[in-house]
Design a protein around this ligand. Structure first.
Ligand SMILES: [Fe+2]
Ligand SMILES: [Fe+2]
Length: 138
């Protein structure tokens, strides 16, 4: 079952970035489903979570690479937001590793992701559309 479904309301007007966001949604769904399975073996949850976190890292680096390349005016502001999410992820991951209470921590991760998707993609990511498009990234 899909927990989060990508639709055009999430489009930032840049195909390559939309594809990365879609992949991110798929990894979120994988993680969500692995938690819902509630098996004794935590390995699928662990690996889904690490896959999700490392893709988030890759995705932020992609956006930031273009910010630098295109001299995006809101680079610092946007990078600060990424940093906030990175710190939050680090914190959640550390707590997850320590407690292994996947149910409790997973709910926090799911809530954090929801907040990120509504606020960050729909507001901040959409703001770089004009800049990216002007530099030929459509
Ligand atoms: Fe993004
Ligand atoms: Fe972003």
């Amino acid at each position: 079952m899909a927990f989060i479904k990508w639709d055009m309301s999430y489009s930032v007007g840049v195909k390559m970035i939309d594809a990365q966001h879609q992949k991110l949604f798929a990894l979120i769904n994988d993680f969500y489903n692995s938690v819902k399975m509630k098996t004794e073996n935590l390995e699928p949850v662990d690996s889904a979570l690490q896959d999700l976190f490392s893709y988030i890292d890759f995705h932020f680096k992609t956006e930031e690479k273009y910010f630098e390349e295109f001299g995006y005016e809101k680079t610092e502001e946007h990078k600060k937001q990424h940093k906030f999410y990175e710190d939050k992820i680090k914190d959640l991951n550390e707590r997850y590793q320590k407690t292994k209470n996947e149910q409790e921590i997973s709910e926090e991760i799911i809530n954090f992701i929801k907040d990120w998707i509504s606020n960050h993609i729909k507001i901040s990511d959409k703001e770089y559309k004009i800049c990216f498009n002007e530099h030929g990234l459509v």
